[in-house]
Design a protein around this ligand. Structure first.
Ligand code: PMP
Length: 432
């Protein structure tokens, strides 16, 4: 299992290769990990005696009270480790082990061994990873349509985006192969070859499509990525919002090479405002993200981390997974209500497939040339709002027949009204 030698430096750009550990942060780590008998006059930690917060207690929605351990509160108020609170990292690591059984967990290869960093939401991890790996002119493989937040990171980095087609089952492997067959697998060994080095995808509850990448396709895609030595960015914030069980196994779960950077998020399950996500990947690459964190945010908010950790510890892994099931059940009911209303008002006007997870329905209007003007100007006048599909396209200036509808917040009655208004708008446009 440990036999493939990965050359991680080929995934990193000049900026990232040039990063070195911050000397101040290294000292902080030494202080944090030393016995109390160490006298340190080295660090720049402020004296916490003047920090006013002493205790934190929480009331959960089930009415239960949670007092956060005083020693955790004290640590939350002070600078801490750039990779995150060790207790939170361990909790997440145990969850990853239970849910994904990553082959790289606990292996001896120091470069590919699985490591975790707590990020400011998964967005932060995705941003730092793309900024570490992509240079202007690079060929980057992206599932389309795709998450607008990722396109917004990528565009200023000026790569050449190779658009991999997808359908309700996620990325189409044949589309990936069509691109890759322009090269030979051995080209990946040539230092200045234009062969793509990164594949980005959202495998569950696709944003915007609600698609779900199947296990069969994942295996084909992973094999292609092995052949062409490609790093897989698995952006999976809707993993726990899959509408049927068992969960489709992740890329991380099959990652015997250490070529997967997996982005998890607590935003959809516990809180989006806490801004906590986590990145799991090979140590050689995660270390580069930690070095970036050392000089950017320094670390994710200590307060958010201890509040999250205390809630997760109280739930335990079983409780967390049960909570996820409840949330997924809710979104599944919302999805069903949304489909019922789409059937009621949009039949004959729009096409769609049933989302397998997440919170989005992706609607195509074959008789409408471009939804942008319709939505951005006329829909607002009718007091209804959707996202025009071009927001999720690599070239957003091209006409687009799609729009994204979210079913996370709206009641069935409001979905009824919203689609009725949308239907009237489309009919007006078509002069029906
Ligand atoms: N990836 C995708 C596909 C998303 O939909 C989102 C949330 N909109 C994110 C990443 C970022 O989530 P987080 O709140 O964890 O930063």
């Amino acid at each position: 299992m440990d036999w493939i030698k990965m050359n991680y430096s080929r995934f990193l750009n000049v900026t990232s290769l040039g990063r070195k550990p911050s000397p101040i942060r290294v000292l902080t780590e030494i202080v944090l990990n030393s016995p109390k008998t160490l006298i340190s006059m080295a660090g720049g930690m402020p004296n916490p005696d003047f920090f006013p917060i002493q205790d934190i207690s929480l009331t959960l929605k089930d009415g239960s009270k949670l007092n956060i351990d005083t020693s955790l509160v004290t640590r939350a108020m002070q600078y801490s480790s750039s990779s995150g609170f060790p207790e939170l990292i361990n909790w997440v690591k145990d969850l990853q082990e239970r849910v994904h059984k990553p082959p790289t967990l606990g292996i001896t290869d120091e470069n590919k061994k699985l490591d975790i960093i707590i990020t400011n939401g998964s967005q932060d991890g995705i941003c730092k990873t793309l900024e570490a790996c992509v240079s202007a002119g690079d060929n980057v493989l992206i599932e389309v349509p795709t998450y607008a937040g990722t396109l917004a990171i990528l565009n200023p980095l000026q790569p050449k985006i190779l658009e991999i087609e997808s359908d309700k089952d996620g990325i189409i492997p044949g589309s990936l192969l069509r691109y890759l067959s322009k090269w030979k697998p051995e080209d990946s060994k040539k230092p200045n070859c234009s062969i793509p080095r990164i594949l980005y995808c959202v495998p569950n509850g696709g944003n915007p499509t609600g698609s779900q990448l199947t296990w069969e396709r994942k295996k084909e895609i992973y094999k292609l990525c092995q052949d062409y030595d490609i790093l897989i960015m698995e952006d999976d914030p809707y993993f726990y919002l899959q509408f049927s069980k068992p969960y489709v196994p992740s890329f991380l779960s099959m990652d015997e090479d250490g070529r997967v950077m997996r982005f998890d998020s607590f935003s959809k399950i516990i809180s989006s405002g806490m801004r906590i996500g986590c990145l799991s990947g090979p140590r050689a690459l995660v270390n580069k993200i930690i070095q970036h964190q050392q000089v950017s945010a320094v670390h994710s908010s200590g307060l958010s981390q201890v509040v999250l950790f205390s809630v997760l510890q109280e739930m335990g892994h079983d409780g967390f997974l049960q909570h996820c099931d409840k949330v997924a059940d809710f979104y599944k009911r919302q999805r069903d209500a949304c489909l019922a209303m789409a059937n009621k008002h949009l039949s004959g006007l729009a096409e769609w497939f049933e989302p397998s997870g997440g919170m989005f329905l992706w609607l195509k209007f074959p008789q409408i040339k471009d939804t942008f003007k319709l939505i951005s100007e006329k829909a607002r006048a009718k007091e209804v709002l959707f996202v025009p599909g071009n927001a999720f396209m690599v070239d957003s200036s091209l006409p687009c027949q799609y729009l994204r509808s979210s079913f996370s917040l709206v009641s069935s009655e409001d979905m009824d009204k919203a689609f009725e208004r949308l239907s009237a708008l489309i009919k007006e446009e078509l002069n029906q």
